[in-house]
Design a protein around this ligand. Structure first.
Ligand SMILES: Cc1cc2nc3c(=O)[nH]c(=O)nc-3n(C[C@H](O)[C@H](O)[C@H](O)COP(=O)(O)O)c2cc1C
Length: 246
């Protein structure tokens, strides 16, 4: 019944990279979603924290990895696995690549929090408040996954400027994603354009200052990782000196 609300995207944006989005148990929807959207990539979102906090949440995650494997082998376009605010660990990234996913969006902790969103919906705020900040921070998850698997990585979760995007790319991401800033700046077309051009300007300046002519060169720029991020990565066996002295 709501097919029109999806086909409208491709009709109005014939050339844009369009990513569809389903949950892991929605295998039967996968091909239909791709067809309706005319999507270039199909994302499978992982949201166990949100499901845990939602009163109507689905807590039976048995067989999810197998379902992801079935989707990757039955859908013709590339598959992106994405978290929704808790980050992807090295181990999860390996399992997802093994299941056949082509891209990973790590969406780490530090941006939109679904525990927080669900807290506002819940009658009892206790669970949402307890897990409000749960997850692997975006910078840590980006580095973990980039150091573990070879598939292209999108870094997201709290990215707000081109400078933060540059840092995510230097940590190993191939692209970044944002949601909340686009919603907040959608008050007018002018405001949206201003946000996008500020983002692009700050990314260009960061690249200029480190002497990077391309995203590939930005990936190779030296990065000094300090504080909690260094502590976390070192605890996980990632040598942060590889970023500062390569
Ligand atoms: C209002 C809203 C709705 C969202 N809905 C979905 C969704 O249906 N599926 C999904 O995978 N991610 C969803 N996300 C998460 C985004 O895709 C993105 O990964 C995340 O919000 C990025 O972090 P940021 O908002 O801090 O930039 C949503 C985000 C927002 C703000």
């Amino acid at each position: 019944e709501l097919e029109d609300t999806y086909t409208v995207v491709r009709e109005n944006a014939p050339d844009c990279l369009l990513i569809g989005n389903i949950g892991a148990p929605q295998l039967t929807l996968a091909n239909k979603a791709v067809e309706i959207l005319d999507a270039d990539i199909l994302a499978i979102h992982l949201n166990p924290l949100q499901e845990s906090i939602q009163p109507e949440g689905d807590l039976d995650a048995r067989g999810y990895l197998d379902m992801i494997g079935e989707i990757t082998s039955s859908v013709d376009i590339p598959i992106l696995a994405k978290e929704t605010g808790c980050g992807i660990s090295a181990e999860s990234a390996e399992a997802l690549v093994e299941a056949g996913v082509d891209y990973i969006d790590i969406e780490g902790a530090g941006g939109t929090s679904w525990a927080a969103v669900e807290t506002y919906r819940a009658e009892d705020r206790y669970l949402g408040e307890t897990f409000w900040d749960w997850g692997i921070p975006t910078a840590v998850s980006t580095a973990e996954v980039a150091n573990t698997v070879d598939v292209p990585i999108i870094s997201s979760g709290g990215i707000r400027s081109g400078l933060e995007a540059a840092k995510a790319i230097a940590l190993g991401a191939d692209a970044v994603g944002m949601a909340l800033p686009f919603l907040k700046n959608a008050t007018s077309q002018e405001q949206l354009n201003r946000f996008i051009s500020r983002f692009n300007d700050s990314l260009r300046i960061a690249m200029f200052l480190v002497g990077a002519n391309s995203i590939e060169e930005l990936k190779e720029s030296k990065l000094v990782i300090r504080g909690k991020t260094r502590e976390w990565l070192n605890e996980r066996g990632i040598n942060t000196k590889n970023y500062s002295r390569r």
